[in-house]
Design a protein around this ligand. Structure first.
Ligand code: COA
Length: 156
């Protein structure tokens, strides 16, 4: 089931974020950069993104949050999509991005943007995103990550 995230999910979302970044993003970034980005456990990061206008969704499997995605409708931005490392390769990220496409489409977004981490770029390309430019993404805690700005035209 994918549903809107509640504040009570933030601790689990934080665990998914930290474990996913540590296990999966490490392939394309040096470990110090990833560890600085991930930092200490900080569920409050999701309070900040909600306050900045993000809608947040979680995929729950057997009572456990295994994936989350965040959309900022005003900025027409897919802010984040993370799958727990023990659950990758099972179609969960795919289901979440299709769900986010539907939500973005219903909200009237024509072009959805993402600032993709290097390790996820091919996943987004497979899902219809087109590379716009190389970029530097400044994370919520101020770490600068090489990234790729992409856009996807949503079908009506
Ligand atoms: C990228 C990510 C969300 C993919 O989630 P997932 O649940 O493993 O993906 P799925 O199992 O749904 O894969 C769907 C398809 O995409 C492919 N795929 C998954 N990750 C891919 C990647 N990094 N590059 C290319 N293809 C990828 C799968 O092989 C699968 O293909 P298939 O349908 O032909 O079998 C996940 O690896 C992740 O959380 N990565 C770390 C966090 C991250 O960098 N997020 C992006 C931040 S902008």
């Amino acid at each position: 089931m994918i549903r809107v995230a509640h504040k009570s999910d933030y601790t689990d979302m934080d665990s998914v974020f930290r474990s996913s970044a540590e296990a999966l993003c490490i392939r394309d970034y040096d470990s110090k950069t990833v560890l600085d980005w991930v930092g200490e456990a900080n569920p409050e990061r999701f309070v900040q993104s909600a306050n900045n206008g993000c809608v947040q969704y979680v995929k729950v499997l057997e009572n456990r949050v295994v994936c989350f995605g965040e959309l900022n409708i005003e900025k027409q931005l897919l802010l984040s999509l993370f799958v727990s490392p023990d659950c990758v390769g099972k179609g969960i990220g795919q289901k979440m991005i299709e769900f986010l496409f539907i939500k973005a489409n219903k909200a009237g977004i024509k072009i959805l943007k993402v600032d993709s981490s290097l390790n996820a770029a091919n996943f987004y390309l497979r899902n219809g995103f087109v590379e716009q430019s190389k970029s530097n993404f400044t994370t919520r805690n101020g770490v600068v990550l090489e990234s790729i700005k992409m856009e996807c035209a949503l079908s009506t």
